[in-house]
Unconditional design. Sequence first.
Length: 341
Amino acid sequence: MARRSLLAALAALPWLPASAQPQPPQPPPTASTALTAPARDAKSDALTLIVPYAAGGPLDRTARPLVEASSAKLGAIHILYVPGEGGAKGSNMVAQATAQDRLLLMGAAATHAVLPWLQPQLGYDPLRDFQPLVLVARMPNVLVMRSDLARQWRIRTALDLQRFLAKHRQPLRYASGGPGSSGHLSGEMYQMLTRLPLLHLPFGGTQPALSALLDGSADLLFDSLASSLPHIRAGRLQALAVTTLERVPLLPEVPSLNDTVPGFNLANWFGLFAPAGWPADLAQRHAAVFSKAMRSSPVQETLTAMGVLPEDLQLQEFARFVRSEHSKYGLLVQAARIRQL
């Protein structure tokens, strides 16, 4: 099957059965890969939620109101930030924990769908080592370019961009936060589905990539909506399309890229995971509490302000979603020949 047809079919499906998954590189056995859980009072049964990135990011901003809204039913919940290895360090702590360790993970597309294909030495299996509890939210990317450049080239929509690229056949430069980032993968999917040329310019993070777009070092950017929204509202950036199948409430006038590039569907997502060894009744109780908390006004207001789309897939449905995303990104990484990190 052609890459275009294959990726279009994957992107259009809500999830894939496990039998459709390609297998990622498996880490070699090591003498000991155990990581130490955070120290706690032996008498305490408080939960610790691992956020595998630095404080202040979107996972942290999502986790805080969710923890506050859940604590009345679940008791004290501590947030522990364990940045490092692109999210793998904190994820490993939860993957290798037991139910008695009382650890949860605020995982993401990166930790469960992308990194397994880019880091052979990851140390955990994203499908076998976790119990998915609740899909919390999706964060769309938005395809943007500088407004002055958009006016100069008469590009106001994604269709205008396609016509421009098809006419000139010269690759425009798109910035990203680095190889394997959401912005990079969005650009690769765009090229595969349109067969139009782009030139990837990797930077060391989202903010440097955005700065490169604003100063003219790059022409395009698939950026998170939360990051680009202030510049869109200020008139510095032109929003061409969002990368989810549906439009988003904060930019209702901006169409989905899928409207002009059928099959395009890519967004970052956040979800709560427990270690695989959690008993079913414990997982069900926590999933139900977190799901109810997500519908509370403080959590909904926080997500809406971030431009995030709230979700509520639980347990088996969330597990199927993770398997589908794992498959989709695996095929994308392999087809694009993205080098392993």
